[in-house]
Write a protein that binds this ligand. Structure first.
Ligand code: UDX
Ligand code: ADP
Length: 456
């Protein structure tokens, strides 16, 4: 084997990324470590800890050949030439910057683990999304090692999205690598370029300075989220004016300068990155004395909160101003389709608001029920988790669609209608159902940013 690559953190980012690197680079040994034993056991089993289309095949091809999973962080560090760090960097919930800044405690702990278990210099790659200039802090901690070893810190942000992670990794729009503009930085950068060159065309591998690379990740997510918040803000206006958000986004998206993606109005965006990264950006701007820039970006998050709350208000208002004691079937709990991940899912906030109004929730999701149980474990009220959409809808007054699972459009809505209380309502928070057809069956249909179709 040419070199040993280690990844610390076997989560949504580390796991799939390393599986694809091992698959595409049989001449490298790839070890993935995590302190979470259950997670590592799952990576070694038939039941991987995360659901991602195509991931099983990639893992099966490489596992045991040049891809290994372990809980022995120290041994992994000792053996590695290149260390990717993809531990979690959640929003800090205490002290200075609470609610906005990134909590870097896992990061710093990792830096100290690296020093302790190294007997030679190594390349350390930031894979987690981090505030700009984190690499500097990392470099300082690593440089403080008593053995005088030289560590080189690179930034290589991940742009894959959940649900399409394997394809995003195999056919990336670009790979971004940031390095210090020193001879040793440039040499380390070349080592990383060599890895990606196994399958990514050279012109798609972008190199930059570390700070640009760190900031690009935050800004890419902020820009994408901003498009969704922009279109969601207009969905509210559409509902007042009989304009149709689908027609508006379609026509607008055909302008090449705008482009069609990330203009789908919804109940709100979720996921582990968008909110966290924007708040991170807001905090950085405040830190650098740029309050106008900070509040500009903060508005993207506030608009998302508004869209989620607006969705629930619409449910309550149209169900005769009360949902107390009424069964509401939630179709979807994941933050997007094709994943079981529920981090920052709009479904969490929507559920909390509905429970406050004393609604009875019947939650159905093809992959996310276990996570939903954890998310709502502290909530008071009546909640059922049901693995069948027809069971969930039985006796319900309303269905609320919260995730854009394709299969939701293929259900037998006549059957669902027959099982429900009347008048039966559908609130389509993802605009994925055939609204005319539902109206024909007898439903009162409330899409996002389009005229409601009712019988009342
Ligand atoms: C995102 C970035 O896309 C990815 O590059 C980064 O590395 C991590 O964060 P992810 O969180 O997996 O990826 O999901 P993404 O596909 O971006 O969707 C985010 C949220 O926006 C989802 O809740 C999705 O349903 C919502 N969304 C997306 C919309 O509401 N409308 C759209 O048009 C697109
Ligand atoms: P992401 O979506 O960014 O991949 P996850 O939370 O899914 O985030 O994964 C991060 C992983 O990092 C978790 O499985 C966690 O147990 C692991 N982790 C955090 N700190 C350490 C550490 N010091 N050593 C090893 N693993 C760690």
């Amino acid at each position: 084997m040419k070199k040993t690559i280690l990844c610390i953190g076997a989560g949504y980012v580390g796991g799939p990324t390393m599986a694809v690197i091992a698959d595409r680079c049989p001449d490298y040994k790839v070890i993935v470590v995590d302190k979470n034993e259950a997670r590592i056991a799952a990576w070694k089993s038939e039941n991987l800890p995360i659901y991602e289309p195509g991931l099983d095949d990639v893992v099966k091809r490489a596992r045991g050949r040049n891809l290994f999973f372990s809980t022995d962080v120290a041994a992994g560090i000792y053996e590695a030439d290149i260390i990717f760090v993809s531990v979690n960097t959640p929003t800090k919930m205490f002290g200075a910057g609470a609610g906005k800044a990134a909590d870097l405690q896992y990061w710093e702990k990792t830096a100290r683990d690296i020093i302790e278990n190294s007997d030679r210099g190594k390349i350390v790659v930031e894979k987690s999304t981090l505030p700009v200039r984190t690499a500097e802090a990392m470099q300082r901690i690593l440089d403080s090692n008593p053995k005088n070893l030289h560590f080189e810190v690179l930034s290589n942000p991940e742009f894959m999205a959940e649900g399409t992670a394997v394809d995003d990794l195999q056919n990336p729009d670009r790979v971004l690598i940031g390095a210090m503009e020193t001879p040793s930085g440039q040499k380390a950068l070349q080592d990383l370029v060599d890895i990606y060159s196994h399958w990514v065309p050279r012109e798609k591998i972008k190199t930059a300075n570390v700070w640009s690379s760190e900031l690009t990740k935050l800004v890419s997510n902020a820009m994408l989220a901003q498009r969704i918040s922009s279109v969601n803000s207009i969905s509210a206006l559409c509902e007042k004016t009989d304009a149709n958000i689908l027609e508006v986004s379609d026509a607008m998206g055909m302008d090449k300068r705008i482009g069609s993606r990330f203009l789908r109005a919804s109940v709100g965006f979720g996921g582990s990155c968008f909110k966290k990264d924007i708040l991170n950006l807001v905090y950085l701007c405040e830190h650098y004395g740029l309050p106008e820039v900070a509040s500009y970006w903060e508005q993207v998050v506030l608009m998302n909160d508004y869209q989620e709350a607006r969705f629930v208000e619409k449910i309550i208002r149209n169900m005769f101003n009360t949902v107390a004691g009424k069964r509401i079937a939630l179709f979807g709990f994941a933050f997007k389709a094709d994943t079981g991940d529920t981090r920052e899912s709009p479904a969490i906030y929507v559920s909390q608001l509905l429970l406050e109004e004393r609604a009875h929730l019947a939650i159905f999701d093809p992959k996310a029920l276990d996570n939903a149980r954890v998310d709502l474990k502290d909530e008071q009220g009546h909640i059922e988790y049901i693995d069948d959409p027809y069971e969930a809808a039985k006796g319900a007054h309303a269905i609320a669609v919260l995730t854009e699972w394709k299969e939701f459009a293929a259900y037998d809505y006549q059957k669902l209608f027959d099982l429900m209380e009347k008048p039966a309502f559908i609130f389509d928070g993802r605009n994925i159902l055939d609204h005319q057809k539902l109206h024909g069956i007898g439903f009162n249909v409330f899409p996002i940013g389009q005229k409601a179709l009712t019988h009342l």
